[in-house]
Design a protein around this ligand. Structure first.
Ligand code: NDP
Length: 332
């Protein structure tokens, strides 16, 4: 399979169209040995971006990834790695997007990941208690210090992104380069709707949960398998979500999409990831996997993209029926 590389927004950095992240899995379902195998498989298939966060398994996820990176010993200029700041611990100074926590968290993440700079550093959510200017200054300073190459946000509103850009412009600081939103066949509002005006200005996106935590593999139609993330302690909220009427509706939609995947002679997982890749405003789709076979399977999604013709996309659209309404052009 030939990996595709996409420009991260209007930066000069090219990230692999498929990337690999560790939320839920590293530290809960993936140990040091499997972590190495997964990173190696990803890298050998052209993946050059590995996603992480301080909060994932309370730091353990970054430790496992850091151990794997050290063991694999790839040249530092051949891959990119991220962390995210927001929830570092329970004490008031260990959370949020204030200057102190941003700096402490960055230093701690570099130590756990065993790297001397982070390529991408995300504000994991907006912090309504810290002035955006303080956050923009702190992130920009990390870039100036060479500890971070590019900074970005995750699940910020378009208004918050605009504010951050305005502050950066006004004060001559480094603006955010990328945003990490959820995007999949069941969740499209931000990427296709709210952010639409921002792409022209060069916003890159590193999108998460392309399979909606496994719903878009179709496997939950037969009930939740014992070894799924839905059964992990601490993730009861995720299970509850799929057991709501909305969750059941989504599982039904996945069942209908399965028929199209069968026709295309691919898995629903690959079709769902390929559907995300079709969107040119997606810089990279972050894959998640609790075992090697899932990663190997999902890597095949690049081959499915050409099968998603306009006709097939139209049929998918009819099933999901959730295309966000574009802003009204009052001059049309
Ligand atoms: P997905 O929606 O793709 O879910 C991945 C999970 O689905 C796997 O762990 C596995 O769960 C199941 N799965 C994946 N592939 C298959 C397959 N082929 N067959 C059967 N089951 C499969 O992605 P994630 O939710 O893991 O998100 C991906 C990454 O995005 C994260 O690792 C993280 O880096 C990032 N992220 C960022 C967030 C943010 O707030 N910025 C939030 C969430 C994620 P199981 O085996 O347990 O059933």
């Amino acid at each position: 399979m030939n990996m595709e590389y996409r420009r991260l927004g209007n930066s000069g950095l090219y990230v692999s169209a498929l990337s690999f992240g560790s939320w839920v899995t590293f530290g809960n379902q993936v140990d040091d040995t499997l972590g190495i195998d997964m990173l190696r498989t990803a890298y050998e298939n052209g993946i050059n971006f590995f996603d992480n966060a301080e909060v994932y398994a309370h730091g353990k996820s970054e430790e496992i990834m850091g151990n794997a990176l050290a063991k694999l010993g790839w040249s530092r200029d051949t891959y990119t790695v991220s962390s995210k700041v927001m929830w570092g611990g329970s004490k008031p100074t260990q959370r949020g997007l204030n200057r102190k926590h941003i700096f402490d968290a960055c230093h701690a993440a570099m130590k756990r990941l065993r790297v001397d700079y982070l390529d991408l550093y995300f504000c994991h959510r907006p912090d309504l208690r810290t002035p955006i200017e303080e956050t923009v200054r702190a992130m920009s300073d990390l870039v100036s210090q060479g500890k971070v190459m590019y900074w970005g946000t995750s699940e910020w509103s378009a208004a918050q992104l605009n504010e951050a850009h305005g502050i950066a412009r006004e004060l001559g600081l480094h603006p955010p380069t990328m945003e990490q939103p959820e995007y999949n066949l069941l969740k499209r509002d931000k990427v296709e709707g709210e952010y639409a005006p921002l792409y022209g200005r060069g916003l890159g996106t590193t999108i998460w949960s392309p399979l909606a935590s496994g719903i878009l593999t179709g496997k939950y139609s037969k009930g939740i398998p014992d070894d799924s993330r839905m059964n992990l302690p601490g993730y009861e909220w995720l299970r509850k979500k799929v057991e709501t009427p909305e969750g059941r509706r989504q599982i039904e939609i996945a069942g209908k999409l399965q028929a199209i995947a069968d026709e295309l002679e691919t898995s629903l997982a690959c079709m769902a990831v390929a559907w995300c890749l079709k969107n040119p405003n997606v810089s990279t789709v972050i894959l998640g996997a609790s075992r090697l076979s899932q990663l190997e399977e999902n890597l095949k999604s690049l081959e499915v993209v050409p099968k998603l013709t306009d006709e097939v996309m139209g049929r998918i659209e009819e099933i999901v029926a959730n295309k966000p309404k574009p802003p009204t052009d009052w001059l049309a």
